[in-house]
Ligand binder design. Structure first.
Ligand code: GLN
Length: 551
């Protein structure tokens, strides 16, 4: 049974400084020294989970194995550490209050007044310690969302104060700030960092380590100045320069000794050095591609950098695996139609149609799929993307012109995508989808069977609607086959088109499971298939993807 050390990561000066990446990088470094690490995110908003937030509010919603709808930072944690997260790794103010209010209604507080301190802070503490008390981790890294000084972050900062007091050297606080460069003065400025640490001190928390985001190098003099004003050792002032890719940050943090500072502060042995050989190999391949393909990502949130985060990161992992840069071009599905598809999709070597909800942009997605099917361009449809492929096939091959999903048209004559029976009874929105990991059995002789190289897989889901089995026979007779099935509930999880070099639609989200250590096989082979397609356009037919070798 391990006695966990608790590391808190707070942020100051501005949001979006990259607490998630710093936390993930620290986890990677500690892990590569042989320690076991869990990372957790505490979010100060009142939603019970981010599942009900639209991507404009909060970027992508990341889904864990156990079906929790979580903050996208958990995706970074998994991609860096290769350790699956769970419900326990994401806590929101809404979920804390929900628990406390339920206890109050049950009478658990025995008539006492229920207050932020101690009841809310106790519940926050309980959620943090859940991971530490599991006995599985040497370190629990807890990232506090928001910025110090925010009204809504106060109960979390107060919890950090209490835990520091209780745990002493078993606890350390890392504060991430911004050191801006003022071009008019030609200088980096430390004042915002000083103020931000003062704000933290007002809540009774002295940071042990200060990580400074900066565009330019911090010289020793600046580090000493920050150390002096903020009561930390100069070696505990860590520079975090803007990086070309987030995957360089663990190496930058290693060079700045973030991990050794954490080990020193928490009285842990510094006997090993981080083994990052595999990580460096990955970075080398990523930075030195020998080929390049253009991938179109057709979706309706093209103006939002974070809406398709896990898909973009999966392409980065697959790029390194193939030593081929996949350049992902976002294509707005709302602006795509039969008359401009040629123009908008030209020059692409592979097309991915994105997951999503609702009517907006749906016809453009269907049009993009018609284009890839007819032109034999590699296609990957994820969740709604797969459903659109099913609709497109019904309309243009089976001849059911008005076929649709009942999500978009409840009265369609041909409901080829429909609600599952048990979903029909559900009224509420939060956490009511088919969520988390489900097993899927692949059919021998299919492309996906070759790609996964196994018969049984499990993948993560987040949807309500399903392929309507009443039409399955017609589809299979016409060439669209069910290549993967959930045998327990008899649900079609994967479709393929026979005779097309690479046309795969998946009802699940492979992007949630792609990590640096294990790039997802579907993305890896999709990029490979895009290379094959690109070569074939140039008359070179030698390269083969795992599955195009037979086609
Ligand atoms: N809107 C679709 C459904 O609920 C697809 C969801 C998704 O793409 N994640 O089934």
């Amino acid at each position: 049974m391990l006695h966990a050390k608790y590391i808190f990561v707070t942020g100051g000066v501005a949001s979006s400084l990259g607490k998630g990446i710093i936390s993930s990088s620290l986890a990677k470094l500690l892990q590569s020294r042989g320690f076991s690490v869990a990372i957790q995110k505490l979010d100060p908003y009142i939603n019970v989970d981010p599942g009900t937030l639209n991507p404009y509010e909060h970027g992508e919603c990341y889904v864990t194995e156990d079906g929790a709808e979580t903050d996208l930072d958990l995706g970074h944690y998994e991609r860096f550490s290769n350790v699956p997260t769970s419900q326990a790794n994401n806590v929101t103010t809404g979920s804390i209050y929900q628990t406390v209010i339920e206890k109050e209604r049950r009478g658990d507080y025995l008539g006492h007044t229920v207050q932020v301190i101690p009841h809310i802070t106790d519940e926050i503490k309980r959620r943090i310690k859940l991971l530490g008390n599991s006995g599985k981790y040497d370190f629990v890294i807890t990232e506090i969302g928001g910025t110090v000084g925010d009204i809504e972050s106060l109960p979390y900062i107060e919890t950090v104060r209490q835990m520091r007091w209780e745990l002493g050297r078993s606890c350390a606080v890392i504060h991430l700030t911004l050191v801006p460069y003022l071009s008019a003065a030609g200088e980096l400025k430390t004042k915002p960092t000083q103020h931000s640490v003062k704000t933290l001190l007002e809540s009774g928390v002295q940071p042990d380590i200060i990580v400074c985001r900066t565009e330019r190098p911090l010289n020793q003099g600046l580090k000493e100045k920050i150390a002096l004003f903020c009561n930390v050792e100069p070696s505990s002032v860590i520079e975090s320069r803007d990086a070309k890719t987030i995957y360089e940050v663990p190496l930058m943090m290693r060079d700045e000794n973030l991990d050794t500072e954490v080990l020193r502060k928490t009285m842990m042995p510094i006997e090993t050095s981080p083994d990052l050989v595999k990580w460096e190999e990955f970075l080398y391949k990523l930075n030195n591609p020998v080929d390049e393909v253009n991938i179109g990502l057709v979706g309706k949130y093209v103006e939002l950098k974070d809406a398709y985060k896990s898909i973009n990161e999966s392409f980065i992992h697959a790029s390194a695996a193939n030593e081929c840069r996949a350049v992902v071009k976002l294509i707005h599905s709302e602006h795509l139609n039969a008359s401009n598809a040629d123009e908008k999709l030209k020059g692409l070597h592979g097309i991915l149609v994105a997951p999503g909800f609702g009517q907006r942009g749906i016809e453009g997605k269907i049009e993009a799929i018609r284009f890839t099917r007819e032109n034999k361009i590699p296609f990957l449809g994820i969740c709604l993307g797969m459903q659109c492929a099913v609709i497109e096939f019904a309309r243009n091959i089976l001849g059911y012109k008005s076929a649709h999903s009942t999500e978009m048209n409840a009265d369609t004559k041909y409901p080829v995508i429909d609600l599952m029976e048990e979903q029909k009874k559900i009224k509420g929105m939060g956490g009511t989808m088919r969520l988390g990991t489900y097993p899927c059995k692949l059919k021998k002789g299919t492309k996906v069977y070759d790609i996964y190289d196994t018969l049984n897989i499990s993948e993560r889901h987040r949807h309500r609607y399903e392929f309507n089995n009443e039409y399955l026979e017609e589809y299979e007779n016409a060439g669209m086959i069910a290549a993967g099935i959930n045998t327990k509930d008899n649900l079609v999880e994967i479709i393929e088109i026979k005779g097309h070099p690479w046309f795969i639609g998946v009802q699940f989200h492979p992007e949630y499971k792609s990590t640096v250590a294990h790039p997802h096989p579907l993305f890896v082979d999709f990029v490979r298939a895009a290379q094959v397609y690109k070569d074939s356009k140039k008359g070179n037919l030698n390269r083969k993807s795992k599955v195009t070798k037979e086609s």
